[in-house]
Design a protein around this ligand. Structure first.
Ligand code: UDP
Length: 141
């Protein structure tokens, strides 16, 4: 299988719930390595830029309001099949539909406050990682 990289965000609700370590453990137990990480309180411009693909969607303003409501933890993950593996660990966007044992089933409250973000494809992963991390802040190992 191919070694891939993906971008993960632990959203403000999960940071507020103090489950950063529990979420990191799930990545590590699944064989995903954290190769870059930072805590950041996003500005509106940063959140809008990150979610620019959703600009026309009805939930865009609420999504941005939520993403700037508190600090987030952003990390790049690396491993075999990392993009899909990470999406599987996250579970469905709506936690009510997320499979048992997934991050969203266990820690998310609603489709808006859904604990985590993960890139959905290789091209998006590349753009999203570059949005937060210059190449020299990524420590592949
Ligand atoms: N979202 C929302 N309401 C919706 C759909 C999406 O608030 O009806 C938010 C939700 O936080 C989601 C994000 O917009 O995580 C991006 O949506 P996407 O469909 O890309 O879901 P994801 O890839 O995060 O599972």
């Amino acid at each position: 299988m191919a070694i891939e990289r993906t971008l993960s965000i632990i959203k403000p609700d999960a940071v507020a719930k103090n489950v950063i370590g529990q979420i990191y453990s799930r990545f590590e137990n699944a064989g995903l390595k954290i190769i870059a990480a930072r805590m950041i309180h996003l500005s509106r411009a940063e959140a809008e830029g990150f979610y620019a693909v959703h600009r026309e969607r009805p939930f865009f303003k609420d999504l941005v309001d939520f993403m700037v409501s508190g600090p987030v933890i952003v990390q790049a993950l690396e491993g075999d099949n990392a993009i899909l593996k990470h999406r599987d660990l996250m579970g469905a966007t709506d936690p009510k539909k997320a499979e048992k044992g997934t991050i969203r089933a266990d820690f998310a409250d609603s489709i808006d406050a859904n604990a985590v973000h993960g890139s959905d494809a290789a091209e998006t992963a590349k753009v999203e990682i570059a949005y937060f991390f210059p190449a020299l802040n990524i420590y592949s190992r």
